[in-house]
Design a binder for this molecule. Structure first.
Ligand code: NAP
Ligand code: MG
Length: 486
């Protein structure tokens, strides 16, 4: 094991973090955080309620004017310092993520590096907020455009990337000059609480970042979205909850950024480099044990190579070591909770009932914790239920196709549109297919698209808006237009 759990946990604040201080919930209530590798509680965290959430908004409000007026260079250097600290503590953060989320240490280390990069990227963007001055077409006046911080932001994040989904919002929000309240997923609140301390050490003024873990997310988030001081909701999570929150945000006409569910197709054409396609498939499917919105959810492989692809992917998946995330020998950790395992098991059972063949895996190992075996299903009928839902687990269903048009039609047969992967050695075909697939992002001969310097986000029911890149900071800014005559 990397480091003993009690030693690590002793360093984390488990109260709410409001106005720069660790505080208990008003009603004193707490909830347990579970280690998915053992199904045992590892920590108890303050359970924020409505009055706590509103106290966090008070703190964000009190800090708002001075943070918005803080020089961009100063905001930038705090973010840069937070990047440095997170990078120095990469192993500690990775262990904490692994402990509360279950993911293997290699995945957790990758997440911390990725998470920290958003702080570095937005430290660089903070001093490059665009504006313009032009002459009106009629020649009567000038058009002056600047960008102002949008105001107080409510950030709601999922458990699958406890650090990165938070920094992808905190980085641009703080760079833009906004103050925020973060409501992390209740399965993984410890990483968010640890990050609050890192920002404090980086010199972030009290009240700019507040963290309110809660098991009462519905009422807590709703109360914040109905407080007229709040101007924005940035949410990452399921499409189901996203829909509910879009309706809630409508009441006060809040600006929203929504990073929702995915159902990524992974297309392999017969002319693809099959070694590269298998490597790409392993990354696109197995990063985070399949618990990623970008996870390849449906493999469409051209007839002539479908059998070989299934056999080779099966061999690679069978070679993975399933075990506790904190064990350096594990390639694949447990899933986040029992519900996740039950859902994956049911999807596999249904697919087998519909005619899919199990190439490898297909069951839960007999051990404590929330494990499911890396699984490959071949010969999955194109109508199978498993192809319509986010699996969010280590299962690769393979379907064969016989033409480019068929592949594109199958890929687009979903209400989601986050990411798609295309493997072909014909660049012209790759670009053509990439343009025809309705998704916000395309991995062309690559199993990984996430990059802090690029706009991450989906179309259709995968969301609204983009995170990362030059686009990401615009989500936290309002355009201010001044028509001026001089
Ligand atoms: P989730 O159930 O939608 O929860 C996301 C967040 O919303 C959590 O903080 C959750 O709190 C909170 N929440 C749940 N119900 C709520 C309600 N009624 N009102 C207000 N807040 C509520 O999603 P998840 O299970 O944590 O994460 C998995 C999902 O996230 C997948 O669908 C995945 O595709 C998506 N995701 C998308 C992206 C992207 O960038 N597009 C990235 C990562 C994940 P609790 O923890 O207390 O329930
Ligand atoms: Mg959930």
């Amino acid at each position: 094991m990397f480091r003993s759990a009690p030693e690590l946990l002793a360093t984390v604040n488990t109260d709410l973090y409001i106005g720069g201080a660790a505080v208990a919930a008003h009603d004193g209530s707490r909830f347990d955080v579970i280690d998915p590798a053992t199904a045992e509680p590892i920590a108890s965290v303050a359970n924020g309620g409505v009055s706590d959430a509103l106290a966090a908004i008070d703190a964000a409000d009190a800090a708002a004017a001075s943070w918005a007026a803080t020089a961009p260079r100063v905001r930038a250097e705090i973010l840069r310092k937070a990047f440095d600290l997170m990078t120095e503590q990469l192993d500690e953060y990775a262990a904490l993520i692994s402990l509360e989320n279950g993911k293997a240490l290699t995945d957790a280390r990758g997440e911390v590096a990725y998470a920290a990069e958003f702080l570095r990227w937005y430290s660089e963007e903070a001093v490059r907020i665009p504006g313009s001055l032009s002459t009106a077409p009629a020649g009567t006046n000038r058009i002056l455009i600047s960008h102002q911080p949008i105001g107080i932001c409510v950030l709601v994040t999922p458990w699958n990337f406890p650090a990165a989904m938070a920094t992808r919002k905190i980085g641009p929000a703080l760079a833009a000059g906004c103050t925020v309240v973060l409501k992390p997923a209740s399965d993984t609140p410890l990483t968010a609480l640890a990050m609050a301390r890192t920002f404090e050490q980086a010199g972030l003024p009290a009240g700019v970042l507040n963290v309110v873990p809660s098991r009462k997310s519905g009422s807590v988030v709703s109360a914040m979205l109905h407080d007229s001081r709040v101007r924005k909701l940035s949410f990452t999570g399921s499409t189901e909850v996203g829909r509910v929150l879009l309706k809630e945000a409508a009441d006060l006409v809040l600006n929203t950024s929504m990073e929702l569910g995915g159902n990524a197709p992974f297309l392999v054409f017969a002319d693809a480099d099959l070694d590269a396609a298998i490597d790409g498939a392993m990354i696109a499917k197995m990063r985070n044990a399949g618990e990623a919105c970008t996870a390849a959810n449906r493999f469409y492989v051209e007839d002539s190579v479908a059998h070989e692809f299934s056999v080779r992917l099966g061999e690679r998946m069978a070679g993975l070591t399933l075990g506790p995330g904190l064990d350096e020998a594990s390639n694949v950790g447990p899933l986040v909770n029992q519900e996740a395992v039950d859902k994956v098991a049911e999807l596999v059972a249904t697919a087998v009932g519909e005619g899919a063949q199990v190439v490898t895996g297909g069951s839960r190992p007999d051990r404590a914790g929330y494990y499911y075996e890396p699984t490959v299903l071949a010969g999955v009928p194109a109508s199978a239920a498993i192809l319509q839902e986010e699996i969010f687990g280590p299962v690769a269903p393979i379907v064969s196709f016989s033409s480019e048009d068929e592949a594109v039609t199958l890929a687009n047969n979903t209400e989601f549109g986050l990411v798609a992967y295309v493997f072909t050695s014909d660049l012209e075909r790759g670009l053509r297919v990439g343009e025809r697939i309705d998704a916000g992002m395309i991995g062309l001969n690559r199993g990984l698209v996430s990059d802090p310097a690029a706009p991450f986000g989906g179309v259709k029911q995968s969301g609204i808006g983009r995170e990362g890149g030059a686009e990401g900071i615009l989500e936290y800014l309002e355009s201010k237009y001044i028509a001026a005559t001089w």
